[in-house]
Design a protein around this ligand. Structure first.
Ligand SMILES: Nc1nc2c(ncn2[C@@H]2O[C@H](COP(=O)(O)OP(=O)(O)O)[C@@H](O)[C@H]2O)c(=O)[nH]1
Ligand SMILES: [Mg+2]
Length: 294
């Protein structure tokens, strides 16, 4: 299973020059420090705060503690996600642009639910592409869980309704609803999302219980801009950050709370089915510093 330290290597290659206790900050001028922070998509306001902290005098050996405090404050509280014991079937709707990792994340979450002793259902409502739903069906066979999907061209809201109906019948505990990737700028597909919500709500009042946006970490700050637009169409209740492994722009995670005020719940640290872990701010911040001190 992939870990935080390995996943954050590329971002650390940049930020470590500022954060690492081995780095010789005296060799960098303020512009260079700012440039490094911004290059990894640390938001501008936080960059200024970090620079201020580095410029003001402090006791030797406390740089890491001081920076850690600033970074942890920026991330805010991260609630633990617990699989619900009521409101069954609990419906989690996964949204995002094409390729962000929705289908993989739906499967990874279903595997987690199985591991927690629950009965999950995968719902393939990506009826926009020919292979959209069949990809998730393959996942359901691989991990061994129920599946409801639709053919290309079917109404996604109808597929979602059928999934809730079938999950009630089969006494499933949780439904992971995978959706078609859509651009936040394309109105007709964006309009489909509230329709899907209304449709599921008709079959089980209160659903979807959770609406999670799946963000590709390699897009950095642009991912947050997308999320803001999705959030205006369907209010988000959580964020899943995928592909943190391989991203050099993990600094954007520090914008999520201030820009969206939605918690980061899970993080993808690799392609494997077990490479989805609860977001852990302490592990995340620690992994931005040097490897030796871990
Ligand atoms: N490295 C890495 N790859 C991921 C992660 N999550 C998804 N992927 C890959 O991203 C690609 C697109 O994923 P997919 O789930 O099909 O995206 P979708 O279009 O949003 O459904 C696939 O090759 C996945 O294996 C992750 O956390 N780390
Ligand atoms: Mg997909």
């Amino acid at each position: 299973m992939a870990g935080w330290l390995g996943a954050l290597k590329k971002t650390r290659n940049i930020l470590g020059k500022v954060f690492s206790s081995n780095s010789n900050l005296e060799e960098l001028d303020i512009e260079e420090i700012e440039e490094l922070l911004l290059r990894s998509d640390v938001p501008a306001r936080l960059t200024m705060e970090i620079v201020d902290a580095l410029e003001s005098p402090f006791k030797k050996g406390t740089r890491r503690e001081r920076l850690t405090e600033i970074l942890m404050k920026e991330l805010g509280e991260t609630p633990d996600f617990n699989w619900p014991s009521e409101n069954k079937p609990y419906v989690i709707l996964l949204l995002g642009i094409n390729g962000s990792g929705k289908t993989t994340t739906a499967a990874k979450l279903a595997k987690k639910a199985l591991g927690a002793g629950l009965k999950p259902m995968l719902c393939g409502s990506d009826t926009f592409r020919a292979a959209g739903s069949s990809q998730l069906k393959l996942w359901s066979e691989r991990i061994g869980c129920d599946f409801v999907g639709g053919e290309m061209g079917h109404d996604a809201a109808g597929v979602a309704f059928n999934a809730v109906e079938s999950a009630i019948e089969k006494k499933c505990d949780v439904i992971l609803v995978d959706t078609a990737g859509r651009m936040h700028t394309k109105t007709p597909l964006m309009d489909e999302l509230p329709k899907m919500c209304r449709s599921m709500n008709k079959r089980r009042a209160g659903s979807p219980d959770a609406v999670w946006m799946v963000l590709d970490a390699s897009l950095g700050q642009n991912a947050v801009i997308q999320a803001k637009q999705f959030n205006e169409v369907v209010p988000l209740t959580g964020i899943v950050v995928t592909k943190l492994d391989g991203s050099s722009k993990a600094g954007f995670l520090f914008s999520v709370r201030t820009e969206l005020n939605v918690p980061i719940l899970f993080t993808g640290l690799g392609e494997g089915e077990d490479d989805l872990v609860p977001f852990n701010p302490t592990e995340f911040v620690n992994a931005l510093f040097d490897e030796e001190s871990m």
